[in-house]
Design a protein around this ligand. Sequence first.
Ligand SMILES: [Zn+2]
Length: 251
Amino acid sequence: MRIPIKSERDNIFILLPGIPARSARGFFGYCSVVLLRSETGWVLFDTGHYGDRELLIEALSKQRLSPGDISYVVISHLHYDHCLNLPLFPQATIILGEKELEYARSVHAGERVDHAIPDSFESLLTNGGIWLVQSEKALDPKISVFETPGHTPGSIALLFQGAERTILCGDAVKNAWEFMNGCSDMVLGDPKAACESIQQIRKCGTVFIPGHDRAFRKAGDGLEFITRIDWSITAQVYPESRDSELYRLEA
Ligand SMILES: [Zn+2]
């Protein structure tokens, strides 16, 4: 879906919408996967996980693109729900926080515990090159990425400065609840830094695409959603038919 922001020249497309849901059996891990046009090529922000792979390819083809057309893949952080489809983009340059790579290596070495970092994360990073972000990095005059530590120590977010200042938050802001409350319920880095990152994001943007929720715009002391959730869970539970709907979330 194209997000309804003010300028036609702001080419930002939410390919897969983030879903703010958990289950009694663990994470669904459906993150926002976003496509942007930069001056030097198409940029993908986060990739989703294996369960998203087919839908991601389909969503790209609706934009008349194939994975080979993507020049840059920004990985907000190395949790599996954001990075497992990196192998679809072997030619793309990966953009990742330098501290995130150090963090994932420390997890791999057994120095820290984070079960959401894939065991094979190093093998995901063998693409057409990797840019490690320290503090901040500009891709073109309108697009830059910057550190947002807290959720993980090396998380990064992306700022698109078009007619509006749109921030792709990654999991520094997972959902509207975290944005409004200024704190996160899943912090693997420094809790104080997590709150400061949310404040920084609030200050710098006017439109926000959280890691796992609808896009919204600041409106007075609150917010106004600008995309919707329409998500359902179906299951094959005997004696029901194959796709009986167990749950639907429309918001
Ligand atoms: Zn996530």
